[in-house]
Design a protein around this ligand. Structure first.
Ligand SMILES: Cc1cc2nc3c(=O)[nH]c(=O)nc-3n(C[C@H](O)[C@H](O)[C@H](O)COP(=O)(O)O)c2cc1C
Length: 210
């Protein structure tokens, strides 16, 4: 059991190019969403919702928006970073089996949320944990997930009829895959590498890595 969990954590990958587009069975999708729905949440608010997007027309419209936002980012890059970025695929919206838009409602739980009085973002953290549960469960099911954040929140709210006070936190491409890469795409394409764990661990005070 323990080894299986660590194995899933190690195999989890952000997927863009490896989607096959085959259907995901309804019971598998429900298990993955149930795993997401079991996430911890501040004050038990469960501030997430999941919009399952299968409609090809909606997906194409969103893909076109993401393509234009990719251009906005590309235009901000210095020349040599741009050349590297040009080689990187940032979404598999139409190639994946379906999209899951994970939303966050800060209003859920009312005004007296236990544990959120000092840190408003604790609400958002909860929704992010649901996403991580989903991502790991999908990996355990042999599926791939790709997180897309190249979009304007208002655009996605309007496209899917999401209320103005509910934030679309992520468009997750979910689907069957040919395989999962062992090295993250951004590392394989020379954009950024993983930091050594020792650099991230501090003992007692920030500066002490010993
Ligand atoms: C908040 C968040 C937003 C992300 N947005 C995108 C995105 O828009 N496009 C993309 O291709 N990958 C996106 N990713 C995936 C990261 O690039 C990826 O997690 C990172 O490079 C590490 O690779 P790995 O997940 O395969 O280990 C996002 C990941 C997170 C956590």
């Amino acid at each position: 059991m323990t080894a299986a969990l660590y194995d899933v954590i190690a195999r989890r990958r952000d997927v863009r190019a490896e989607f096959t587009g085959a259907a995901v069975a309804d019971d598998v999708l429900l298990r993955v969403l149930d795993a997401a729905h079991r996430a911890p949440s501040v004050g038990m608010t469960q501030p997430w919702d999941f919009v399952v997007v299968r409609d090809p027309a909606l997906r194409r419209t969103f893909r076109d928006h993401v393509t234009s936002e990719r251009e906005v980012f590309a235009a901000s890059l210095p020349e040599e970073r741009r050349a590297t970025f040009d080689r990187i695929k940032v979404e598999g919206i139409c190639e994946s089996s379906l999209g899951i838009v994970v939303t966050h409602s800060q209003a859920r739980g009312g005004t007296h949320v236990l544990g959120r009085h000092a840190i408003a973002d604790a609400g958002l953290y909860s929704t992010i944990l649901a996403i991580q549960n989903l991502w790991l469960a999908a990996t355990a099911e042999g599926l791939g997930v790709g997180w897309v954040s190249f979009y304007r929140e208002e655009f996605l709210q309007s496209l899917l009829g999401i209320p103005a006070d509910v934030r679309p936190v992520a468009w997750l491409c979910l689907g069957t895959v040919s395989h999962l890469e062992t090295v993250p795409d951004l590392e394989r394409h020379g954009w950024r590498s993983r930091r050594p764990l020792a650099e991230a661990i501090h003992h007692d005070t920030w500066r002490n890595h010993a």
